[in-house]
Design a protein around this ligand. Structure first.
Ligand SMILES: [Mg+2]
Length: 244
């Protein structure tokens, strides 16, 4: 019915790009942030691309994304502190600029959910499975509320929880393991649903019962290589037995 192996008792969902149509909003905010920074330092610098986002940024805590992308361009910036202003040339300053752009965009356009994911969430709850959102986003609580599906989620491990508890972000498995713990299940009893390469890698590293790669941008093969056991383009394919 849910397209899951026997013995799965819980579902751990990434948020942006899996439940909510917000991965594209993140990509746009990152692109504007990085392109402005790159152009200011080197007018010839190639722009930030979707592939850069997939490889270096998506799924990771904000500061890790800044650091890893800039490293790919041979740039190292001071870390700074979380209180840095948005125009500071530091890892945290650039992260703040991106978050301000993201919040403006979300306030203007709201949070769209994937109907197939909402149907899957409801089916999982109806089948008696426990559910958690496991996201690097520091805006997890607000986005879940704005998406209108808080009542379908039993636990949330977001960027705020991750920082408070000193967990390593994806691709480390810590946040998914914390989600399983919060639901009272072993990793082998939980399925992970992820659209990011760092996210499916975290699922593999944690030895979860199943890692479902959700391919929204045509990177199915890369999702498999990084740790997805199955790849779907929408969660409703699992309901209909169409996983590939
Ligand atoms: Mg995601």
């Amino acid at each position: 019915m849910l397209g899951l192996p026997d013995g799965i008792r819980a579902c751990l969902f990434d948020m942006d790009g899996v439940l909510t149509r917000t991965a594209t909003v993140h990509m746009a905010a990152w692109k504007r942030t990085f392109d402005e920074y790159l152009r200011a330092t080197d007018p010839q610098a190639p722009p930030f691309t979707q592939l850069d986002y997939n490889r270096y940024v998506d799924g990771k805590p904000r500061a890790d994304g800044v650091r890893d992308f800039l490293a790919s361009r041979g740039i190292t910036l001071p870390e700074g502190t979380p209180d840095d202003p948005a125009d500071a040339a530091t890892v945290h300053g650039i992260g703040r600029r991106k978050n301000e752009l993201l919040l403006t965009e979300l306030a203007e356009h709201g949070v769209e959910v994937y109907p197939g994911s909402m149907a899957y969430l409801r089916a999982a709850k109806d089948a008696g499975l426990a559910t958690a959102v496991v996201t690097a986003s520091a805006n997890g609580e607000q986005v879940v509320a704005a998406g209108g599906f808080a009542d379908l989620i039993d636990a949330r491990v977001d960027g705020v929880v991750t920082a408070r508890e000193g967990l390593r972000g994806k691709p480390a498995p810590d946040t998914f393991l914390a989600g399983a713990r919060a639901l009272g299940v072993a990793p082998a009893e939980a399925a992970v649903f992820e659209d990011a390469l760092a996210g499916v890698a975290a699922g593999r590293a944690g030895a979860f019962g199943l890692v479902v790669g959700v391919d929204r941008v045509g990177q199915g093969e890369a999702l498999r290589e990084h740790g997805a056991d199955v790849v779907v383009t929408d969660l409703d394919q699992l309901l209909n037995g169409g996983a590939r």
